[in-house]
Design a protein around this ligand. Structure first.
Ligand SMILES: C[S@@+](CC[C@H](N)C(=O)[O-])C[C@H]1O[C@@H](n2cnc3c(N)ncnc32)[C@H](O)[C@@H]1O
Length: 205
């Protein structure tokens, strides 16, 4: 596939309907699980955008986090999630485009193969939108692929240096390094990040 294919809602719905979900690892990944395991505030407002089948949301919910939101513009994975986790509050399942969220809502945004699924031209807008929807001192935590792929995407890869250019204006970098606990097929191919929202974006001339 080339990047001219429209990566819209219909495209992703089809992928789920046809079971072409190669990105889906079927459970929460170890780096994100470890991060969640050291969180103590169960009232944090947490968003998992482009969350698909929602393993992170399920894990958080089972650990007693009360303000967890799973967002995807494809309906099929949200329906799968409902069937799997029927007690999860329905109003915390957000069937909408990530870019339509309004500002200042979440303390933590978890990234797991959403950024790499977006058209490259939306990368900077992604960084800005995460900044905007976070509360002061809110964090973006998760994984980014650290290599370019030879196959046409999605997923679309990239490099740490490229990503820094998108995120630096909006976030302070606390952790941005090769993930040590990635699942085997992604070992040495992912960055783990903990980025904290800047109060005011900083653009260097
Ligand atoms: C590669 S999948 C990853 C799903 C999940 N995070 C995982 O790791 O299994 C990308 C997901 O992002 C969703 N998506 C893509 N663009 C979106 C957008 N603009 N707003 C909301 N969801 C979007 C797709 O429907 C799809 O479920």
């Amino acid at each position: 596939m080339n990047e001219k294919v429209k990566l819209d809602q219909e495209y992703w719905e089809q992928r789920y309907r046809q079971n072409r979900t190669e990105w889906d690892v079927g459970e929460i990944t170890p780096p994100i699980k470890s991060y969640i395991d050291q969180l103590t505030d169960k009232n944090l407002r947490i968003l998992v955008p482009g969350g698909g089948n929602g393993y992170e949301a399920e894990y958080l919910f089972q650990k007693g986090f009360t303000n967890v939101y799973l967002l995807d513009f494809a309906e099929a994975p949200l329906q799968n999630f409902k069937n799997r986790v029927p007690a999860f509050p329905e109003e915390h399942l957000l069937h909408q485009d990530f870019f339509t969220l309004t500002p200042n809502q979440y303390d933590l945004v978890l990234e797991q193969t959403f950024f790499c699924a977006l058209p490259r031209e939306l990368r900077s807008a992604f960084a800005r939108q995460v900044h905007d929807i976070l509360t002061p001192n809110g964090k973006l935590v998760g994984l980014l692929f650290s290599e370019e792929f030879t196959n046409p995407g999605p997923p679309f890869g990239g490099t740490a240096m490229e990503y820094q250019a998108y995120f630096e204006p909006y976030f302070q970098f606390h952790v941005f390094e090769e993930s040590q606990t990635s699942i085997k097929p992604r070992a040495a191919r992912e960055l783990f990040m903990i980025l904290e929202r800047r109060d005011k974006p900083q653009f260097i001339a």
